[in-house]
Design a binder for this molecule. Structure first.
Ligand SMILES: NC(=[NH2+])NCCC[C@H](N)C(=O)O
Ligand SMILES: [Mn+2]
Ligand SMILES: [Mn+2]
Length: 302
């Protein structure tokens, strides 16, 4: 059985609402390590990374807290690289979604070294493909995908060793229902594969995931970037930028189970849990259940 490395990144510097910095402890309190251990995994909790405080400033040149976002992502990049080098499965506990820049850049670099095909599955209400020139908010948690594709503030691009850590063809979005006006253009221009909520309504989660996973083979490394606001806020109220109309509990769980069936999950981000907005830690507990499914828990097979 694999070893899972839990990496806490307690920050909300990329977000519009404060509180996601408490996410790692909410996941610990919800029993994440014990849940994975019960499934037979070795779990190492690396504790929380260190980084600058949130200065809570207005955007400058289209971005908010750029130096702080760079510093946190540098720590994440190092920690994820270290875990991968030891052949562990890194599980990044955010923190807000800006942290995917460091996490996925590290994964992309490792995959290139090992000649693996990286597939990124982005579970989110949002596409997070804004840049400093088009973002309506300046919040960097709305920009990680753009940065990973090679667009965005220079300080946040090129971390994997190539300008673009990933290409459009290796990225699938699931659960999308909130896209800003200029983001829509970007999606078109870059040719991104977006399975929005309408697609899931019309085709169902099963067909959607069959399509997403069709070309996964033994050389594929799947990275899941799980923003808890992907879920309907009725299920997951503890998020800063919730949007109604998301997948149900069962739809989300089927998505996780189908990814697990490939046996190719190699790394994971769990981000945007905001305990300050949650109800009795429900969102973190929900996250733990989905993580268990993603790591292979199922009703009838042990
Ligand atoms: N990771 C997230 N929750 N992102 C929300 C982004 C919201 C909005 N599109 C923005 O760029 O400001
Ligand atoms: Mn989101
Ligand atoms: Mn997101």
């Amino acid at each position: 059985m694999a070893t899972v490395s839990l990496i806490g990144a307690p920050t909300d510097v990329g977000a519009s609402v404060r509180g996601a910095g408490m996410g790692p402890d909410a996941l610990r309190v919800a029993g994440l390590a014990a849940a994975l251990q019960a499934q037979g995994f070795d779990v190492i909790d690396r504790g929380n990374l260190a980084g600058p405080p949130n200065p809570w400033q207005q955007p400058a040149q289209g971005v908010r807290h750029l130096p702080e976002v760079v510093a946190w992502n540098r720590a994440v990049f190092e920690a994820v690289s270290t875990a991968l080098a030891m052949n562990h499965v890194p599980l990044l506990m955010g923190g807000d979604h800006c942290l995917a820049i460091g996490s996925i850049s590290a994964v992309a670099r490792q995959c290139r070294q090992e000649r693996k095909n990286l597939r990124v599955i982005w579970l989110d209400a949002h596409t997070d493909v804004n840049t400093e020139t088009i973002s309506p908010s300046g919040n960097i948690h709305g920009m990680p995908v753009a940065c990973l594709l090679g667009h965005g503030p220079a300080d946040l691009v090129g971390w994997s060793g190539e300008r673009a850590a990933i290409d459009a063809g290796s990225l699938d979005f699931i659960g999308i229902r909130s896209v800003d006006a200029d983001e829509r253009q970007a999606i078109k221009q870059m040719g991104l594969q977006v399975f929005d909520m309408r697609h899931i309504d019309e085709h169902g989660m099963r067909n959607t995931m069959t399509e997403v996973l069709q070309d996964v083979d033994e050389d594929t490394h799947i990275h899941v970037s799980f923003d808890l606001d992907c879920l309907d806020p009725m299920e997951a109220p503890g998020v800063g930028t919730g949007v109604r109309g998301g997948p149900t509990y069962r739809e989300m769980q089927l998505c996780m189970e189908m990814i697990a069936d490939t046996g190719r999950l190699g790394s994971l981000d769990v981000v945007e849990i905001n305990p300050a907005l949650d109800v009795r830690n429900r969102t973190a507990e929900l996250a733990v259940e989905f993580i268990q499914s993603l790591f292979g828990a199922s009703t009838l097979v042990r």
